[in-house]
Ligand binder design. Structure first.
Ligand code: ATP
Length: 308
């Protein structure tokens, strides 16, 4: 009797913003120690994994021309890693539907890699838990582990050591997307250049942890901060105008997300976020705007109807 081919598995995975990003000095291995507070927001990619005689990747959605469809795609590296660990051939087809801006500092590639681990584990009936997938996620990249779990979490090391953080209330955001992207390694290099040997100024994480636990967006607005922001603004000076415009439009605070150029604006509620988004969209200071809320869960299998 022929065994039936299992149906494709589709996984939805969120983007992240960093509510706090403190970058330590450059280490001898070329990396920086980070202390960061990740927050998963409701912009999603969907990754479908299916058995296929012709292994490969297809990409749809925003920024597709910037996304590689060869073995350099982080999602494909996840296929190869899990295939290697499970002793299987990487005979799968991946379909990526991008809703997370490419090279926007929202860890879209990392999200796809996390989604691929979750999806393949189900397709191949390995039934690995998130905790079991986590070491492979860390091997693939600094932000991949967080995309597995989502929510709000403290990240240390290169960002791959994750501890979940209680956040009691939903927060409402306006996300301003820019034309083009910024290369994460180049933004770190620019930060090293700007610091030019001086010791980094301490950016304590406790105030933002307290604010997110308390849930008051006004308190949270006072404690948001990103060491990479100065470097991102130095490389893309137009971000200064975007950040100012968001606050002038009524946001409580704005910050560059990760290495940028995406900017995230915290708002007092869902209606305020809609107002800020409408005003920002009319000003022409960015390519497009989205409203989002967080925290949301990490990579999750959705059924085919949800995916349709
Ligand atoms: P980082 O995670 O390094 O902060 P980012 O969030 O700014 O990056 P990504 O959308 O992850 O940006 O893309 C960074 C680069 O990675 C892209 O320019 C692209 O060439 C490459 N890339 C590899 N795989 C993917 C993927 N699945 N989706 C998007 N980009 C990918």
């Amino acid at each position: 009797m022929l065994s039936a081919v299992p149906p494709p598995v589709t996984v939805r995975v969120p983007a992240k913003i960093n509510l706090h990003l403190a970058v330590g000095p450059l280490r001898d291995d070329g990396f920086h120690d980070l202390v960061t507070l990740f927050h998963a927001v409701s912009l999603f990619d969907e990754v479908s994994v299916a058995h296929g005689d012709e292994p490969g990747i297809e990409v749809f959605g925003e920024g597709v021309t910037e996304v590689p469809v060869d073995e350099t795609n982080l999602a494909w590296r996840a296929v190869q890693l899990l295939a290697d660990r499970a002793g299987r051939d990487p005979d799968v087809r991946l379909v990526l539907r991008k809703g997370i801006p490419v090279a926007g500092g929202m860890a879209g590639g990392s999200a796809d890699a996390a989604a691929t681990l979750v999806g393949l584990s189900a397709l191949w009936k390995l039934d690995l838990t998130r905790d079991e997938l986590s070491p492979m996620a860390a091997e693939l990249g600094s932000d991949v582990t967080f995309a597995l779990y989502g929510g709000t979490a403290l990240g240390t090391g290169r960002g791959e050591r994750i501890v979940p953080v209680l956040s009691r209330h939903p927060q409402h955001w306006v996300i301003a997307l820019h034309r083009g992207g910024l290369s994460t390694p180049k933004v770190f290099a620019e930060l090293d250049r700007l610091r030019a040997g001086s010791e980094p100024v301490e950016r304590p994480v406790e105030p933002v942890l307290e604010a997110i636990a308390g849930g008051d967006p006004r308190q949270l607005a006072l404690s948001l901060g990103n060491d990479l922001q100065a470097a991102a603004v130095s490389m893309a000076p137009e971000l200064r105008r975007t950040l100012r415009a968001g606050v002038d439009a009524g946001a409580l605070a704005g910050l560059v997300s990760g290495s940028g150029p995406t900017c995230a604006f915290l708002c007092s509620g869902a209606d305020a976020a809609m107002d800020v988004a409408t005003e920002l969209a009319g000003l022409g200071v960015c390519r497009t705007v989205r409203v989002a809320h967080g925290p949301v869960p990490g990579a999750r299998i959705i059924d085919n109807q949800e995916a349709a």
